[in-house]
Every structure is written in C-alpha cells, then in structure tokens.
Design a protein around this ligand. Structure first.
Ligand code: HEM
Length: 542
C-alpha cells in the first residue's frame, strides 16, 4: 500500500440534508437495493419506463454542516484512530452513502459493490494528489513530488506500465518468488530454533507463546529488500543492524504522523502542527536516504559491470532485484527510478507485516480452518518438487486466507477516486471531481455483501463458492478491493500477495498455531489498520 493522502478543496455546495442523524437503519437496507445509474442530461433516471428525479448532491446525508466543528469532534472523541468504526456506525445510521466534511477534508463515502463499480468505471488517470508533499519546503519530497505525484494522465500511465513489467506481471512474479521463498523459509528456520531454545514442553515438541509483531516487521523488510534491491540485509541474525531498525522506525513514524497532519490546513499546520511536521519530514528524510544509498550502489555496480563486461557483474540471467532490472533496462529516468523505489520500500513493510499478524491470529482461533489449509498445503508442497510457484498454485486456500484477512482487516480502509464525469450513486448526483471514498472496512463486514461476514472462511473466495455467494448477496464483483482497482491499483500487489502466501505456507508446514483467547482483536487506524495490542500467538513445532 502507499499513502494516498488526498484532500478535496472543491466547494461542495451547501449542506442541505436536515434529518441525516435520524435516518432509521431500515432505510439503509432499502436504499441499498436501489441500482446505480448514470444521470442523463435531464438529470432524471429511467427504470421500468418510469422517470425518477435524481436527487441533488446537497441532499446526500451528512455528518454535520460545519467542517471545523467536525474536526474538533474528531480530535475530542479520538475518531481518527477509530475512523473505520466511525464509518461503519455512520453507514448504519445514514444509509449506504454519506458526505463528511472534517477540516480541509471533504468526501462522499460509499460501501456497496454496485456503487463502487460505478465509481471505478468513471475514474480517469488522475495524478495522485498528495496533500502534504506540495506544502513542504523539504527538498527531497519536493523532487519526489515532481517525479511521481504530480505527473499527469498518459505520462504517468506509460511510466507505470514500465514499472508494472518488473513487479506486477506473471514473468516478474516468476523472477521474485524464489527470493521470497528463501526469506520465508529462513524465517521459519530461525523461529524453529527460537522455539526450541526458549519454548516449553518436551524436546522436539516445544511451543512458544509470543508477540510476533517485531519479527514480522523484520520478515517484511528483509523480503522487500531482497525483492527490490536484490540483496539480503541480515535481519534474522541475532543482532540486526541499527540501520534496518531505524528504517522500520522511520516508516512507522511517517505513517503515524500523516493522518493528523492530513486534516490541518497549511496555516494551522505551521502553528500547531509544527512538531508533527518536523517528525514527519525527518521520517521521510530517512526513508529517502535509505533508498538513495542503495540506488547509488546499484548504479555503481551496473556501471562497473558495463565497463568490465558481463562476466564482472551479475551472472547472466541472474535476477538483481527490481532496482537492478530498472537500471539495466534504462527506460525510466534515474529520478523516476529513485522515486518509485522509495515508494516501493516505504509502502511495502507495514502493509504486509500487519495483515500477517491478523492472519496468524485468525488461523490460531480457527483451528479447523487451519488444519484444512495445512492439509492442502502439505499435499501441494510435496507435489511441487521445491517449486514455490507450483506449491502456491496447488494451495488456493492460501490466497483465500490473504483475501479473507484483508476483507476483515483492510490495511487501507478506503480507496479514493475523483470521477471524471458526473455520476449517480444511490440516486444522488455526484459532480465530476468530487472525492468519493469506497469504505472497505464496512464493506467487508456487511451482511448485505457477505454471508455470515464475521466468519473467517478462506473457502468463500474459491470460484465455485463465489458464484453461489454472488447469487444470494449484493453483486459478486467489487468485493475484494484491499489493493484498490484499475490502472492505479497497488503496484506492490503481486509482491504482497506472494510474500504473504509463501510466508503462511512455510509457517503452516512448520508450526501449529493457537491463541489463548478467541475474542476479537481491537483495532486502531493510523493510516493503516492495525491491532491496538499485537495478538500473542502460540507456535508449536510440528
Ligand atoms: C497487503 C498489502 C497491501 C495492501 C492491502 C495495499 C493496498 C494498497 C492500496 C489500496 C493502494 C491504492 C490503490 C488504489 O487507489 O486503487 C495501494 C497503492 C500502492 N501500494 Fe500498496 N498495498 C499493499 C502492499 C504493498 C507493497 C508490498 C508495496 C511495495 C512493494 C506497495 C506499494 C504501493 C504503491 C507504491 C502504491 C501507489 C501506487 C500508485 O498510485 O501508482 N503496496 N496499495
């Protein structure tokens, strides 16, 4: 994931709806049944020969007229940290579409797949609008903004297509999957040794109860570096380097400081947000310098191998990481390579480490599911002859675990778009350019969209059950959107999916997982959704 920090400064008209807070939950259900249509020129919509007037934008239910009063409420009630719960409650109160105005931030929020489908169909190739980047005088982020964030339409798209070749396409997955496999199996080797050393029980059957969050961060960083830079950084050693630890801290600080800064206008930011801003900028500094150092090294390596001939560099055909590939092909400018590599590094650690915490927890509290997946993994692994790609293909429930985890705990709780043409959602007119958010947390937990939504069931994503489910619940498409959609979807998607699946495969082959309490984990939102307290997991050696 990457932080798509977006603010819409458009005047959104007056706020006309009066009774928004008194809407009964039942309205939610009947509104949800309404189909989504595009407004015709007369602003009317036709259904079964009848014409119904499309309601105006101002009539969309909202959470309060005054955006500054709302901002104060958000601060006072600590809603930023519980934004996902706030959204869920607001949809229940107001129906499947509502407007929200908080400080400088204005959005229309939606949660039903049919509306989300309509939204995505009307997306253009907008540049990503980073609120914070353009405000800063920070040299590196400015340069970076020019390189990636402020690029427009087709120019952005052609760069993105070049990047996709190295990270999204099947041929790219084939190149980097063995690297992820190596890191995941090393991780399990390290964990087995630790369980043997520190665990309880008889030798050979030891189990260890622990909070795995720090280890999962190390795993995700080691895996990212291996895929992106083509190098291991030794995080599984007993004394990982201070540099790596500092990188993890910087990413965490950057994420934690982004959300509060996002809702402040520049002038207020300078007064009351200055300390936050300083922390935010210095976190970015660190992330940039981390990438910069590696890019320099990669560039020098490439130049020297060009000077000395191919035998001096990497062996022919050897994968030198995404960075090596981009440098070697030389289709993107060096500045763009830097910007993209920094984004991949900054966006690729917490985003996979945190869902892995949730996945281990859900497997621990659902022992039957765990056993079923393990059986499938064992069979597939034994038939794959050491080929990680074959092993994953033969165990589709692993993919189901990733989807199911992200359904219940979407890392980014919204996907945002500015439609390029006027659209109609839930019979309300949405002008082009409005910021519309698809709210993934309420979507994933809605009984209108998923049967028995609280159940952790990786099998629900298999093609046969999806078809069945599609018949009984709201539209079968646009339900699994944790990585976004379309041209602008998560560029790290294939890395993340494969990294998580291969990790879970090795864990299930090596350990039985359990948890002491099957109570739900409390979650908090700090630009990404995470557990308030990391769950403790018991790993028993198999
Ligand atoms: C479970 C893990 C992850 C999730 C759920 C996730 C989710 C997302 C989402 C929702 C978006 C916005 C997509 C849209 O607007 O349609 C995004 C964008 C992005 N993600 Fe991820 N992500 C994950 C892992 C990663 C990883 C591992 C990387 C890097 C290796 C990464 C790098 C990025 C980047 C660079 C973007 C911006 C793409 C662009 O706008 O061009 N993400 N991600």
């Amino acid at each position: 994931m990457f932080i798509r920090v977006t603010v819409c400064f458009r005047a959104q008209g007056t706020f006309g709806s009066r009774n928004s807070c008194s809407v009964h939950p039942r309205r939610f259900l009947c509104m949800a049944a309404a189909e989504t249509v595009v407004a015709d020129s007369a602003g009317a919509r036709r259904r079964g020969g009848m014409e119904r007037q499309v309601k105006s934008f101002e009539e969309i239910p909202h959470t309060g007229k005054n955006s500054w009063v709302n901002l104060v409420k958000f601060w006072k009630e600590d809603r930023f940290r519980h934004l996902h719960k706030h959204m869920e409650k607001t949809f229940i109160a107001l129906g499947p579409i509502y407007r929200e105005h908080v400080g400088t931030h204005s959005s229309v929020n939606i949660m039903l797949p049919s509306d989300i489908g309509e939204l995505f169909r009307s997306e253009g190739l907008h540049p990503r609008r980073m609120t914070l980047q353009p405000w800063t005088t920070h040299r590196e982020t400015r340069k970076h903004s020019k390189g990636v964030f402020l690029k427009n339409g087709e120019e952005w798209r052609s760069d993105r297509l070049l990047l996709n070749k190295e990270v999204m396409m099947t041929s790219a997955v084939k190149r980097f999957l063995p690297l992820l496999d190596e890191v995941a199996s090393d991780f399990c080797r390290m964990l087995r040794a630790r369980v043997e050393r520190e665990g309880r029980g008889k030798e050979g059957e030891r189990c260890l109860t622990m909070d795995p969050s720090a280890d999962l961060f190390r795993f995700a960083l080691e895996a990212s570096c291996h895929v992106i830079y083509g190098e291991r950084i030794g995080l599984f050693s007993s004394t990982p380097s201070m540099e790596s630890q500092k990188f993890i801290w910087a990413v965490e600080r950057m994420l934690a400081t982004t959300l509060p800064l996002l809702y402040l206008p520049p002038r207020l930011l300078l007064r009351i947000g200055a300390p936050l801003w300083t922390q935010h900028a210095s976190a970015w500094d660190h992330i940039f310098s981390h990438a910069e150092a590696r890019i320099q090294r990669g560039y020098q390596r490439l130049s020297s191998s060009k000077r000395k001939g191919p035998e001096a560099g990497a062996a022919e055909g050897q994968f030198t990481g995404v960075l090596g590939q981009l440098l070697e092909k030389g289709q993107l400018s060096l500045d763009l390579i830097k910007a993209n590599i920094t984004e991949l590094m900054a966006g690729g650690v917490d985003t996979t480490a945190i869902p892995l915490q949730f996945a281990l927890f859900e497997l621990g509290r659902n022992p039957e599911v765990q056993e079923k997946v393990r059986q499938q993994v064992r069979t597939s692994w034994s038939q794959a002859g050491g080929d990680p790609q074959k092993a994953l293909q033969g165990a589709p429930l692993l993919k189901g675990i990733v989807k199911e985890t992200l359904r219940l705990y979407p890392v980014g709780i919204t996907v945002q778009r500015y439609p390029v043409r006027d659209i109609v959602l839930q019979n309300y007119h949405i002008p082009a350019g409005t910021m519309v958010q698809a709210c993934l947390y309420p979507l994933g937990r809605s009984s209108q969209v998923f049967e028995d939504p609280q159940r952790f069931d990786p099998g629900r994503w298999s093609s046969s059950s999806s078809r069945e489910e599609g018949q009984s619940v709201e539209g079968a498409g646009f339900r699994s959107l944790a990585f976004g959609f379309g041209a602008r979807q998560c560029v790290g998607r294939r890395i993340a999916e494969n990294e998580m699946q291969i990790f879970l495969m090795h864990i299930l082959l090596s350990f039985h997982l359990s948890v002491s309490s099957s109570e739900d984990i409390k979650t908090t939102y700090t630009l990404i959704l995470q557990p308030e307290m990391p769950p403790r997991i018991t790993f028993r050696k198999l």
